[in-house]
Write a protein that binds this ligand. Structure first.
Ligand code: AVI
Length: 312
């Protein structure tokens, strides 16, 4: 049993305002649904970042100012779909570097490595499975500069206090002059954002409901998925998209392996996800708070998203 998940489910469902963290969305089924989301026309971030990394790979690499062999360390590499553009550019230019993708999923890393070995046989790849920071500490080397990648806009899913501690942890494990390229979704027309998370096809709803299905299967729960709805709102002032599951009736749910009975009022909500959108002044502020300097922001043509290059 995943103990941290178990504890978080207990504390989240017994607190006054119920919550479950979106970090638990990504079991195999959740990861599959997320890939469906990334393919939706409404979900713009994926294409925006792909455009940046395709069109501006050479500018990004020049902006790092690395003049000798370096390392690219990618957190949450997943299927490496977007990073491929950057790697392909570097290989085609005969630039000397090692690629170290890190993911918690062995399956993701195996698939990624096999794919890259076929498509970019000249690439030097040193995949790692496990905890980001343990690995970062292990691979950190004063003599070889590093470019860390934290892409996909994942930073938006962290609560404000978690953002600072995560970035401080990155910073602590980097050497002076190392760079961090961080994907950040930007504030924009609120309707564009609302549509990306309130898709007509109900895929994002399925993505959220999958968390209840996961609790049922891992902890022997009896959530009836049809008794829950999905609600999502965007606040253009704070930049926060907040997602919830809504109990459609008064009900009692039991989760046997956790020895837990949870009662729901009709229309009671469980907060599942924060997807925060930033503006450029907030990016400056967050970077400075964790001791980084923003070197340059790379935008897509619509300026919906930035891959922001920071220096320690
Ligand atoms: C992974 N993460 C950046 C996505 C986001 O946009 O917050 C997860 C997601 N949630 C709903 N749609 C996509």
């Amino acid at each position: 049993m995943d103990k941290t998940f178990a504890q978080d489910v207990i504390s989240g469902l017994t607190s006054k305002e119920k919550k479950l963290s979106s970090k638990y969305f990504y079991d195999d089924e959740g990861s599959r649904i997320f890939r469906e989301i990334m393919g939706m026309p409404e979900y713009y971030p994926t294409n925006c970042e792909l455009e940046i990394l395709t069109e501006q790979a050479s500018n990004i690499v020049s902006a790092t100012q690395f003049s000798k062999h370096f390392k690219i360390i990618e957190f949450g590499a997943g299927d490496g779909f977007k990073t491929f553009q950057l790697l392909e550019y570097l290989v085609s230019e005969n630039i000397s570097f090692d690629y170290i993708p890190i993911d918690i999923s062995q399956e993701a890393i195996t698939t990624l490595s096999e794919k890259l070995k076929k498509q970019l046989p000249e690439l030097s790849i040193k995949p790692q499975v496990g905890d980001y920071f343990e690995i970062l500490e292990k691979v950190s080397n004063h003599n070889v500069p590093s470019l860390l990648l934290f892409l996909g806009g994942n930073i938006g899913n962290y609560q404000p206090d978690e953002v600072t501690s995560l970035l401080e942890l990155f910073n602590k494990n980097m050497n002076k002059g190392d760079k961090l390229l961080i994907g950040i979704d930007l504030k924009k027309n609120p309707n564009t954002i609302r549509t990306a998370y309130n898709d007509d096809g109900g895929i994002t709803k399925r993505f959220n409901l999958n968390l209840l299905r996961r609790i049922n299967s891992e902890f022997d729960g009896n959530f009836n998925i049809d008794d829950f709805d999905f609600f999502c709102s965007y606040n253009p002032f704070s930049g926060e998209v907040k997602s919830y599951l809504v109990s459609l009736k008064e009900q009692l749910v039991s989760i046997k392996k956790l020895n837990l009975e949870v009662s729901f009022q009709k229309n009671e909500m469980i907060w599942t996800e924060l997807s925060k959108k930033y503006d450029l002044s907030e990016i400056q502020k967050v970077a400075a708070q964790s001791d980084f300097k923003v070197t340059q922001n790379f935008f897509d043509s619509r300026e919906y998203f930035t891959d922001s290059l920071w220096e320690k």
